[in-house]
Design a protein around this ligand. Structure first.
Ligand code: FAD
Length: 297
């Protein structure tokens, strides 16, 4: 069987034109870490490949007007090592740093991990935590898609087949907030996550919560964030009982995936456990920094 032709457009418009010409039968290729496996296993069989590698400026990381922007071709390693990302969205750097192994991180891209929408991925949960969004370019123009609207199901995004993610954007994290990403892998340290939990906590001087967010990844088809549960915690101390309530709410709302990395029951228990650990750590770190050291139950 012959390999599909590969195109190297110089602009996003040209890339979209080629994708449109193939009427959904061509695939974008970025780092190829996922696509090469899918093609090797004959799970996808594109008639054409559209490489983004010669399109300029998709490998840049910038900050402007309170927003951190990463081009679709920024590699995972570059996210992890970027001073800009570490300063303005540390939880993002943390999650990209624990993907797979160094060889994967050296090739895999920001656009690739988001477009692939594999539920067992690390970066999507922090992107949802930070209220991130992507710019998608298509033959009929450009649109912004909130991360919560991008991930719509099992390996499924809201992108059209002729649309390309050009950038990921996240609001810069409030320097007074503490964030953390906890990954749990059930098979090996380099494996995809069984569950990943991202949290953000900001504690006021009096020890009450000014902001609290929780995003759970890899446990269900799409990342889970319960804004109503988060809102209920604002203005209260993040004591053990409240943390347990938040963990229970997420466990109740989760529609867990069952696979080789864990049963539904196991994923639900790990979700509760990781939320408790991540929120406790973030609360204590936040309290230490603000001097609200009495933020204890
Ligand atoms: C051994 C191994 C271990 C791994 N471990 C982990 C892990 O621990 N955690 C984790 O999160 N992930 C893990 N991964 C997944 C890895 O992160 C993804 O394979 C990678 O992020 C995909 O990026 P890529 O640039 O290689 O995408 P590609 O393989 O090039 O593309 C992936 C999909 O996205 C589409 N696409 C790519 N870029 C764009 C774009 N800009 N716009 C629109 N569509 C696009 C492609 O058409 C394709 O459908 C692992 C993968 C391997 C092979």
């Amino acid at each position: 069987m012959s390999s599909p032709p590969i195109f190297f457009p110089r602009t996003l418009a040209e890339a979209c034109e080629i994708l449109a010409d193939y009427d959904g039968q061509a695939k974008v290729v970025a780092g190829a870490t996922a696509l090469s496996l899918l093609m090797g296993q004959k799970l996808v069989d594109p008639e054409g490949l559209v490489s983004l590698s010669r399109i300029p400026d998709l490998d840049r990381i910038t900050v402007a007007d309170g927003v951190l922007t990463l081009g679709a071709l920024v590699k995972h390693t570059e996210v992890d090592r970027s001073e800009l990302v570490r300063e303005h969205a540390p939880v993002l750097a943390q999650s990209f740093a624990v993907v797979g192994n160094p060889r994967i991180r050296a090739a895999a891209t920001v656009g690739g991990v988001l477009a692939e929408a594999d539920y067992a991925s690390d970066p999507p949960a922090p992107v949802v935590l930070l209220d991130g969004w992507v710019t998608a370019v298509g033959p009929h123009g450009t649109r912004e898609i909130a991360a919560t609207d991008l991930f719509v199901g099992f390996y499924e995004t809201s992108l059209e087949p002729d649309e390309v993610i050009s950038h990921l954007h996240v609001p810069v994290t409030d320097p007074a907030a503490f964030t953390s990403y906890l990954k749990y892998s059930s098979r090996s340290a380099e494996d995809r996550p069984c569950v990943g939990v991202a949290v953000l906590v900001r504690v006021d001087d009096d020890g009450s919560c000014a902001d609290v967010r929780v995003s759970v990844g890899a446990a269900a088809e799409v990342p889970l964030r319960l804004r109503e549960v988060e809102r209920e915690a604002i203005g209260h101390r993040l004591d053990e009982a409240r943390i347990a309530r938040i963990g229970q709410a997420y466990a109740d709302a989760l529609d867990p995936i069952e696979d080789v990395r864990g049963s539904g029951w196991y994923r639900t228990e790990m979700t509760r456990n990781l939320i408790s650990r991540a929120l406790t750590n973030a609360r204590d770190a936040s309290a230490r920094a603000t001097g609200a050291g009495e933020n204890k139950p």
